[in-house]
Ligand binder design. Structure first.
Ligand code: SAM
Length: 279
């Protein structure tokens, strides 16, 4: 019978967050697949565990994935750990889960530390509906496309970011959403210098430019305020489309969709009349 792939979270800063189930799963696994064995060995040493390890990281998934799968198919149980937090969340693991699922190998996720959930919970922003956006692309064009697609996003948005890119990311977020949009800058969660700064994008940028804060960050950004549903004439609707396009740089299609949604005006007619007004 095939073994089980366990996704085992590890602390994002505080070793006290190693739950009993996490410890038991590591202790009972036949081997451990780790993003960086030098990082994970410290946790094993802390727990007094000795286990065979193999590495599974972003650049060896093509060879390491099938090797792990073969051991699982041969009946061994594997605990997958990454450097910190929950495997497969902006971490290696997603592909291995897919590989196992496609091969009929059972995958069990152990709940535990995860930076995005910790940040969202403490952010003070609405938690009822949210979207996890991970890391923004390095490439300027892809980054812009990603942020443009979020301009009308009404759910709270969560971003991961590396410390050295914090200022440029805040600049880009400010350009996309405006300086008044609320943000919670969640730094060094669960660690000694944990800090949550609930502010606006404009003020966050000013603060970070002046202070160059160090450490790891999750950025939790308020969603776009929904426009009030109200009844307006077609002429006013066309004017709203024009303003939205001028102020937020939206495409005609997106602006029309937004105004139609908030006013109940027929979308196709609004689009046609806005197009005529522009030509
Ligand atoms: N899989 C991990 C998880 O479950 O959260 C995330 C790994 S991702 C490669 C690393 C990013 O998570 C960092 O760049 C940072 O944005 C965020 N992060 C991790 N630990 C953090 C902490 N203690 N405080 C704030 N952000 C943290």
């Amino acid at each position: 019978m095939a073994g089980i792939l366990y996704l085992v979270p590890t602390p994002i800063g505080n070793l006290g967050d190693l739950s009993q189930r996490i410890v038991d799963t590591l202790a009972e696994a036949d081997f451990i697949a780790a993003e960086d064995t030098r990082v994970s060995i410290k946790i094993l040493n802390h727990l007094g565990l000795k286990k065979p390890m193999m590495s599974y990281y972003r650049h060896n998934t093509e060879t390491s994935g099938p090797a792990i799968l073969n051991r699982l198919l041969a009946g061994e149980n594997c605990a997958l750990v990454t450097d910190a937090g929950t495997p497969a969340i902006s971490d290696p693991g997603e592909e291995l889960v897919r590989l196992c699922a496609d091969s009929g190998v059972e995958v069990v996720a152990i709940p535990g530390p995860c930076a995005l959930v910790t940040a969202l919970a403490v952010s003070g922003l609405p938690t009822g509906r949210f979207t996890f956006e991970g890391f923004l692309a390095m490439n300027k064009k892809n980054r812009k496309r990603h942020l443009d697609a979020l301009k009308l996003e009404e759910r709270t948005m969560i971003f991961y970011e590396a410390p050295h890119k914090l200022v440029s990311t805040l600049e880009d977020l400010g350009d996309a959403f405006g300086p008044d949009r609320r943000i919670s800058l969640c730094r060094e969660l669960t660690k000694l210098h944990e800090e949550v700064r609930r502010t606006t994008l404009g003020q966050a940028l000013e603060y970070c430019r002046l202070n160059s804060p160090k450490g790891e960050f999750v950025l939790v950004v308020e969603g776009c305020r929904p426009l009030e549903e109200d009844s307006i004439s077609m002429e006013e609707g066309v004017e709203r489309v024009r303003r939205l396009r001028a102020e937020q740089g939206l495409s005609l299609k997106d602006a029309t969709r937004q105004v139609a949604k908030s006013t109940g005006l027929p979308k196709n007619e609004l689009y046609a009349q806005s197009l005529t007004a522009e030509s």
